[in-house]
Design a protein around this ligand. Structure first.
Ligand SMILES: [Zn+2]
Length: 222
């Protein structure tokens, strides 16, 4: 099974030597992102073998938001909560509600982490400190996906939110970070900065947009 790691440096830039940002300021500070290994193989045709017959999925081209080139077998996706942190639980629950409201995808909560396709968890994501004195970036979220390289079908996605970093942000902001990570978990890649999308890593100032919905709908059209 191949791993596609989407390390999503949704980061807060703080000026270390200056006054530390207060909790209220954090959601409005500029964000930086450097995305790691992502493959974008839009335009592929691939097949997925099921028990009886083969389904051919066409990864659509020219979606408003770029795609990773992989998808789940259906738009019904199971998800399991694997964190006790109330803020992070709330963020993932809010994000699932938002995505389900679009009807482009349907997350269903289940209890068994071994049977779930998506894991929602808390983690301590590495912070990176720039060589430039005084700048520290904090990673807020990451999503790691596994897929079958023969069929380009997702087999597992793990979305992680860093509770220590997100504790200082608002409920709305945490929900948007979770919406972004679950976007990766269903096959969305990062959107360019000029797009109107929750998948813009540098500047999460919006939740799920029409562009995001249209892209997921195109990906799971069958
Ligand atoms: Zn991201």
């Amino acid at each position: 099974m191949r791993r596609l790691v989407l390390i999503c440096f949704i980061t807060i830039w703080g000026f270390f030597l200056a006054l530390p940002a207060s909790a209220d300021q954090l959601p409005t500070t500029p964000f930086s992102d450097s995305s790691a290994t992502t493959t974008n193989q839009s335009g592929l045709t691939f097949s997925s073998s099921t028990t009886q017959k083969r389904h051919h999925y066409v990864i659509p081209q020219n979606t408003p938001v770029p795609l990773e080139g992989v998808r789940w077998p259906s738009k019904q996706v199971t998800i399991c909560m694997q964190t006790d942190d109330p803020h992070i639980q709330q963020a993932f629950r809010d994000a699932v509600k938002r995505w389900n409201r679009t009807k482009a995808i349907r997350f269903r909560w289940i209890k068994n982490p071994n049977k779930a396709e998506v894991i929602a968890q808390t983690g301590d994501l590495d912070d990176s400190q720039s060589a430039t004195v005084g700048i520290v970036t904090s990673q807020l979220g990451a999503t790691e996906t596994e897929f079958n390289p023969d069929t380009h079908t997702l087999t597992r996605a793990t979305s992680t939110l860093d509770s220590a970093e997100l504790d200082y942000t608002s409920r709305q902001f945490r929900s948007r970070v979770a919406q972004h990570e679950l976007g990766h978990a269903i096959g969305l890649a990062h959107a360019p900065s000029y797009a109107h999308s929750v998948m813009i890593p540098r500047n999460i100032q919006t939740g799920i947009t029409k562009n995001d919905i249209k892209s997921v709908r195109m990906l799971y059209h069958d």
